[in-house]
Design a binder for this molecule. Sequence first.
Ligand code: ADE
Length: 419
Amino acid sequence: MNYDIHNIELAGEGKRRIEWAEGDMPVLRQVKERFEKEKPLQGKKMSACLHVTAETANLARTLKAGGADLVLCASNPLSTQDDVAASLVKDFNIPVYAIFGEDNKIYYKHIHAAIAHGPVVTMDDGADLVSNIHSDYPEIAKNVIGSMEETTTGVIRLRAMANDGALKFPVIAVNDATTKNLFDNRYGTGQSTVDGIIRATDILLAGKNVVVAGYGWCGKGFAMRCHGMGANVIVTEVDPIRALEAAMDGFRVMTMIEAAKIGDLFCTLTGDIHVIRGEHVKLMKDGAIVANSGHFNVEINIDEIKDLAVGEPVEVRHLVDQYTLPNGNRIRLLADGRLINLAAAEGHPASVMDMSFATQALATEWVVQNAGKLEVKVHNVPTAIEDWVSRLKLSSMKIEIDELTEEQKEYLASWEMGT
Ligand code: ADE
């Protein structure tokens, strides 16, 4: 078996982490049990480009249990858990191409290795796999029956491809499923971003001015958790509805140029480019901390920070680079602007990835069942899958809900009944 990982000797610790995460993934476990019996993905060559974490390992095991011939590569150079990668290879016979801290050259080499597997189904987190197949491998693109996309940034890229008429196979926007974004983006990013920032810096959030750039589900989750820990949350937005929502949720809303002057901690969660730029950094206070929790390291214009700074940055703590401005103010950039929740912490907890990855596995089954029948476009996850995942999650949490009575069903279906 070919693979490229940091050190196979780390497998023991990786296996313990994978099993620990599995304990908190009851919905995915049920999918795996059924897949083991029914083998809905039997013999399908599959390449997945995901953050190589303990949670992803459980998704990989589920796909393999369903009969998929799977290889896995990293979707970010700084999110791989090397011990998990080792265990996937050693204990679960799944080829992995991922090394924590790999440079861009190795990162793309790993993506190409996953493509060389000749997939008919792909799964992506950020759309790097799909976009590379589209640009460089037309023969492979012809054979792909469908692809699943995990994240907001990836869905934005895929929709742009579809709008340009460039998309060559159907893709499923798993990110847009409510069983994914309402929970993973909000509670997952909310908690893991706080976790990453605290692990990297050990700062106290209480009393700090925390500037949250972007008030989508990720920004909402992060703002909510910072508020809960006593921070004064300031939101910056470009969308008027979201800005209003933030204001009515009780947060101060202002432009980044204003927020720059008062923020102690800045975090971007927008999916867009250069949200924090030199013009903002110039105004920041001494000791300001700048981080990103969006998928790509483009949300902070690091080149402009480098141009502004005097001399080289100093790594004052692991994953904390300090830049000194001409006025003497020190700006601390975390994890080189890479997604802080996976670079400095362990990403979202298993309990929330349970829903995202159960949705991923079931969407994969749906794509295989509908091979050749799906239109080439960005599809939503079928509502039946979302219903099943949410009901099972509730039942795993021992929560029961009411059912509509016959009278209520009739009322909801009628338009004549008034006062
Ligand atoms: N994205 C965010 N958190 C993650 C995790 N724990 N595993 C895989 N992908 C993730």
